[in-house]
Design a protein around this ligand. Sequence first.
Ligand SMILES: Nc1ncnc2c1ncn2[C@@H]1O[C@H](COP(=O)(O)OP(=O)(O)OP(=O)(O)O)[C@@H](O)[C@H]1O
Ligand SMILES: [Mg+2]
Length: 383
Amino acid sequence: MFFGKKATIGLDIGSSAVKVVQLKRAGKGIELEKFAMEPIYAGRDKKAAGLNMKQLKIDAAKRAIERAGISAKFSVSSVSGESIIVRYIQLPEMPENELKNALRWEAEEYIPFRIDEVNLDSVILGKTENETGKVDVLLVSAKKDLIEEHLDIIRQIGLTPSIVDVDSFAFLNCFEINHSPGSSEVVALVNIGAEVTNINIYMSGNSRFSRDISIAGDAITNAISSKMNIDFVKAEAIKISEGAPWEQPAASSERESSGGLIASIRGTVEKITGEELGYDAQDAIAQKVIRNNLQNLLSEISRSIQFFENQASGRTVQKIILGGGSSRMKNIAPFFSKELGLPVEIIDPLRRITVRESLLSEVTAAQETLAVGIGLALRKVVD
Ligand SMILES: Nc1ncnc2c1ncn2[C@@H]1O[C@H](COP(=O)(O)OP(=O)(O)OP(=O)(O)O)[C@@H](O)[C@H]1O
Ligand SMILES: [Mg+2]
């Protein structure tokens, strides 16, 4: 019914990989029928690839579409980053069209850009709690040049854009449909990619806070690369093999004290011997860099949760759902859980979706990375 005339794909053009997803209705359920993920700068130093990133994205998307055997010509895609500003404001109740007009005048107050520089969108979330005659409104603004660049990429891939969404909301859509959260659940969704982390707080069936920050997997890889004076590809391999700092809580006090001693000896050795470091010392440096970067990210997540909770009249975040390629990092869930003092789960984007048999192993191996692509594709299957 949906795919006959206007077959549409979910197209997630990340900063490290392009993911394409095509879903179809199968009886009462949904089936993931086509899929591919293609790296944008495979096996190359990212800095060397940096200059022609736009062309590399177009090429990666074309390869993904071909490998997936996709003939659809329409796409649902998304943008992300710190120039996307999401605000939650209260306005007097009025008809939807008047509200759109009112927002054009009001928006400038909430957005750090000139109104003619941005595309604006808004959604009425519902009546404001404890305040009669007012509605909560979600306001999304994206810089026009970002959207233009994105649309140009889509057209050069050979697709017609039918919806351009925001990564953070695609991730939320994927979560909502697959995890079916209860109406009283308050969940912080954290999608950690390569360049951007999307934080989105879900409450009462809607997003209530959303922010993109520029700390994600690449920040860790770049820091390892510069601290250890090795190239991006080697640093990436070290990051993946080290994982997040994590020790079994029962043994932690003893291990921490000896770890501290060893670390301080290593610190001294490092100063004395310079590049003649042994494997263990290299290991310790990598661990420290990973810990520092994850802690920077964690403090941004905490700040976001606090900001939300200060305005949420007593409602508090009950759990964290992680996703994105960087949520594949070893031990990231227990580490985040300990640091944030909240339960942490990894998103399951396939809980309500069956996968075509031939794709099963490839899809499940990358499933947390596919949440945005699946969330986008779901826009054209489920209304
Ligand atoms: N096993 C792993 N351990 C640690 N990091 C990993 C692992 N697998 C993938 N990553 C990291 O995941 C990141 C890529 O994730 P993802 O595909 O979600 O990003 P993206 O969508 O391309 O980028 P963005 O959304 O930030 O523009 C990279 O930084 C990569 O190093
Ligand atoms: Mg991404």
